[in-house]
Design a protein around this ligand. Structure first.
Ligand code: 16G
Length: 245
């Protein structure tokens, strides 16, 4: 942040230039994880920018998940999250994906039991209004970090005892010979708002991904409707594309 000539490396509004400069500092390790940023007033003095501009740059970094503001003690550089690449061409489970990367998974349960289906669940699973549904809703952590919120709904004959799921849902299904073999997945971009942002430990407004997976058994029957919210800074979804002929 040296005053002389710190601008001019990039173009665009001044708050964007300052943001990029701070991002570079984080990347280069000049601002290591958990280090504190100088107070806004000081940054404004050093850079000769207005406090409004400095605040805007910092706010952007908070939204991007690079910086965390702690009440009363200022702004700190966050530990970077190792991005996970998930293939879009293989039907894998969260536990398998994370284990392959050497990460241990845990769940914080938000809901797990037998319920009356929501209209969306009724439609997707082909249930009638008086048929019940097995629902499991949890915060999924890997390597001790929150990664995704997942709400899965399954017909009761596929998962008669939802409390049996303590770890991997797919391994429970596999044990009863009912592991899905095909799925349709829809991914959309969202801004995380409370309470999801809080549960995922990111600032309000941070980018996230909403993913809906409908999976099918060999017989063609729908086995699962799962609606997930993934942290945008933790995931890259990768698909292999081939020229169709
Ligand atoms: C993945 C699936 C989810 C499935 C879960 C099973 C996405 C977006 N979602 O998280 O639909 O229910 O895996 O994981 O990939 P588990 O066997 O570890 O419980």
């Amino acid at each position: 942040l040296r005053p002389e000539g710190w601008l001019g490396h990039s173009s665009g509004p001044r708050y964007v230039q300052l943001r990029q400069r701070l991002e570079q500092g984080i990347k280069d390790g000049i601002l290591p994880p958990n280090s504190s940023l100088p107070p806004e007033r000081e940054i404004a003095e050093i850079t000769d920018l207005s406090r409004v501009t400095v605040r805007k740059a910092i706010h952007e970094l908070v939204r991007k998940g690079a910086i965390e503001q702690r009440q009363g003690s200022g702004s700190f550089v966050r530990e970077p999250v190792a991005k996970v690449e998930q293939s879009l061409s293989h039907l894998t489970s969260f536990t398998e994906d994370m284990e392959r990367r050497g990460l241990k998974t845990t769940s914080t349960w938000l809901e797990r039991g037998i319920f009356l289906p929501s209209p969306e669940e009724m439609m997707a699973l082909g249930l009638s209004a008086n048929e019940q549904v097995a629902r499991i809703y949890r915060l999924r952590e890997a390597g001790g970090r929150p990664m995704a919120l997942e709400k899965a709904a399954l017909p009761l004959d596929i998962l008669p005892n939802p409390t049996e799921v303590t770890g991997s849902l797919y391994s429970v299904l596999e044990q009863s010979g009912l592991r899905p073999v095909r799925a349709i997945q829809k991914i959309s971009a969202i801004n995380l708002e409370p309470p999801e942002a809080e549960l995922l430990d990111v600032a309000e407004g941070t980018a996230g991904l909403r993913i809906q997976r409908t999976s099918y058994l060999q017989s063609g029957r729908v086995a699962e409707l799962t609606r997930s919210i993934y942290r945008g800074d933790a995931y890259d979804f990768v698909a292999e594309l081939r020229l169709s002929n």
